[in-house]
Design a protein around this ligand. Sequence first.
Ligand SMILES: [Mg+2]
Length: 145
Amino acid sequence: MSLFAPDLKLKNVHELTPEFLMSKGIKVLLTDLDNTLATYEEDVPSEKVIAWVKSFSDCGISVAVISNNDLERVEKFCKPLGIDYYHKSGKPRSKTIRKAMAKLSGDKKTTALIGDKMITDIFGAKTSGVFSIKVPPLGKRRMFE
Ligand SMILES: [Mg+2]
């Protein structure tokens, strides 16, 4: 098993459905923010992203944002979503990933992480033992991502 091979590759987050996660027994969805849910230029979630998050919570799947960006950015984006969020999460280290999934009563077998970056999101998911989903970055990359 390669630490850099995601369990699933999608074209964007909207391809991921509650039905798919439920078929895998997944109850907790952790998501990256920058270039996964939105570009750096978007400081609040689009209606489409709000509806996407709601589609999971409607099915009993808890969603939380795990970002390596700062509090101001992450809080402004996530507040309208009404979900847990973690800033400066230290991905790919597993500490915050484990903390977030424990708070939502998830474990390795019932948690998935979706993100655009191999070295933080996918490597972090792999080292934490959760299901990993890769999407291409929505915009330009930045070093601190
Ligand atoms: Mg990202």
